[in-house]
Design a protein around this ligand. Structure first.
Ligand SMILES: [Mg+2]
Ligand SMILES: [Zn+2]
Length: 346
């Protein structure tokens, strides 16, 4: 649940200061980074449009829909001895997800605990969310029960050719812009990504509105030109909000991460290997020699890690499993059956 969600700027601590110091340390290093970035970006325009949708405290929302009385109470979902997620009332009282049950009760004695061991209802609602998203694009990739990546490149293209599009004022983006107000849109990019992302923000809003009106679930969305960045930026405004990342702010988003462990795709085993090479901060990974990474990880993984450190992610959105029958098609079939055969009426 909500893995990698701690990519906000909660912890602007010493590490961040060290980071700045390191930048000052060597202009040679900066030259090196600029070279690598130029190589990568010349090969990779911002051609795709990816939305990452993450359902807020998913299991807790499902339980609150089942039992609306829980909405105003601090609610924790328990699996074994862990609170796997909790609602926002509980969060305000200090409960955090993945806390031990006994610690959570100590912090919040009035915490209502519901068992989350039976996944049936969560699975069903999860697939309904995916079903709604599949009505926007066939390219929907599920990640766990509460997250989906949607590639809407061709939908955005269709929208842009069928209607007059705007010229990029910040107010024309739906929801937040990452580092809003810093003149993000005053500079654009010649590849046209700014207007694509702007259009995508409205589609993401429409997706979230649909999920809310049809299933009663609130979600967050991140909008960017690849999966890595869409997922990273998704967590910057929570809950029930969305954020669009424009390419000029990629560097700032990466800077806001504490360590390479915060990069989706770098798991604990890879992180352990990286720290053994004294690579801990994003900057360390950006600066390290590709050859030493290759020795440790092999050439493919080394290149992938290097790319991730610069916010480059070329992996496609791979549709998950067999296509789900959409909830609405399902309802329409039932409706037709009922019309055709009055005996079937419930
Ligand atoms: Mg979630
Ligand atoms: Zn661009």
């Amino acid at each position: 649940m909500e893995r990698f969600s701690n990519c906000t700027k909660d912890d602007e601590d010493e590490e961040d200061n060290n980071w700045e110091e390191r930048i000052m340390e060597s202009s040679q290093m900066n030259d090196k980074i600029i070279n690598v970035k130029a190589q990568i970006s010349s090969r990779r325009p911002h051609e795709r449009v990816i939305v990452h949708i993450d359902i807020d405290c998913f299991y807790a929302q499902v339980e609150m829909i089942k039992n609306p009385e829980l909405k105003t109470k601090p609610l924790g979902i328990k699996q074994k001895n862990l609170v796997v997620t909790c609602n926002y009332v509980a969060r305000e009282l200090g409960v955090q997800k993945l806390m031990f049950v006994k610690d959570a009760i100590q912090i919040c004695p009035q915490l209502v605990l519901v068992s989350g061991e039976d996944l049936t209802a969560y699975r069903e609602v999860s697939y309904r969310v995916t079903g709604i998203l599949q009505e926007f694009s066939p390219l929907v990739e599920r990640l766990g029960f509460d997250e989906n990546f949607i590639d809407i490149t061709s939908l955005v293209h269709d929208h842009q050719t069928s209607q007059f599009t705007s010229n990029g004022a910040e107010s024309l983006v739906s929801g937040h812009i990452y580092l809003e107000g810093s003149g993000v849109l005053s500079k654009s990019c010649s590849c046209g990504c700014y207007s694509r992302l702007q259009e995508a923000s409205h589609i993401a809003q429409e997706m979230r509105d649909r999920i809310y009106s049809e299933l009663g679930l609130t979600t967050c969305a991140g909008i960017a030109h690849n999966k890595l960045l869409a997922k990273l930026v998704c967590g910057s405004h929570k809950p029930n909000q969305q954020t669009t990342l424009f390419p000029k702010q990629i560097e700032d988003l990466l800077k806001s991460l504490n360590t390479v462990r915060d990069i989706p795709g770098i798991g604990s085993a890879t992180y352990k290997n990286l720290t053994s090479m004294n690579i801990n901060l994003i900057r360390d990974l950006q600066l390290c020699d590709l050859s030493s990474l290759e020795e440790k990880f092999g050439s493919q993984q080394a290149k992938r890690l290097k790319h991730l450190s610069f916010g480059v992610d070329t992996t496609p959105v791979v549709p998950s499993g067999k296509p789900q029958v959409s909830y609405f098609i399902f309802k329409a079939i039932i409706h037709i059956l009922l019309l055709d055969d009055p005996q079937l009426s419930l």
